[in-house]
Design a protein around this ligand. Sequence first.
Ligand SMILES: CC(C)(COP(=O)(O)OP(=O)(O)OC[C@H]1O[C@@H](n2cnc3c(N)ncnc32)[C@H](O)[C@@H]1OP(=O)(O)O)[C@@H](O)C(=O)NCCC(=O)NCCS
Length: 176
Amino acid sequence: MEHSPLVEIKPLSTAMPERVEALLDAAFGTDRHGRTAYRMRQGCAALPALSFSAWDDARLIGTLQCWPVALERTSGERVPLVMVGPVAVEPALQRSGTGRALMDAMMDAAALYADGALMMIGDPEYYGRFWGFAADATGEWVVPGPVEQRRLLARGANGHAVPDGAGAITPDPARS
Ligand SMILES: CC(C)(COP(=O)(O)OP(=O)(O)OC[C@H]1O[C@@H](n2cnc3c(N)ncnc32)[C@H](O)[C@@H]1OP(=O)(O)O)[C@@H](O)C(=O)NCCC(=O)NCCS
């Protein structure tokens, strides 16, 4: 697999929080906080073992955060899930392998440390093509805001299968 030769992947904790926020503003816009994905993990801290930063020498060029969420059934049962994203790459450097390098690092870590299946809101043409995310089990999931069902994706990890059937995606801050 080819990536930009300069990209180095490190834990997210190596990046200053203000720089991470500035990069997210550049990739998604400053109005990003009202998005459905933000509401799903409100009150949670990012999972350190599954969150990464991408560097070109000393310059932060990409970030990937993961969060603890759960699928809550009407019975009250809560199935732990790991929400992946945002994945953000500096706009001027997009489509040069940085997103793939971040996701590859996260998938390797998730195979060891994820305490639930992975879920995300993202483009199936990208996350399905390279990492096998799919929307087929998420049709009855309810999320706190608008989402295109084809972009509500999930994938098993570390022995955890994607839970199917109905439920609401809610934050699970106790696992942060
Ligand atoms: C989406 C994003 C993370 C991808 O990272 P990237 O470093 O730009 O992309 P990569 O270099 O890893 O892409 C590799 C391949 O995927 C393709 N690709 C990238 N983004 C894609 C998308 N959204 N849909 C379909 N294909 C995509 C590229 O064209 C490339 O294909 P090729 O190898 O056939 O040329 C990045 O572009 C970004 O930050 N975008 C803005 C924020 C966003 O939309 N994030 C996703 C939601 S969480």
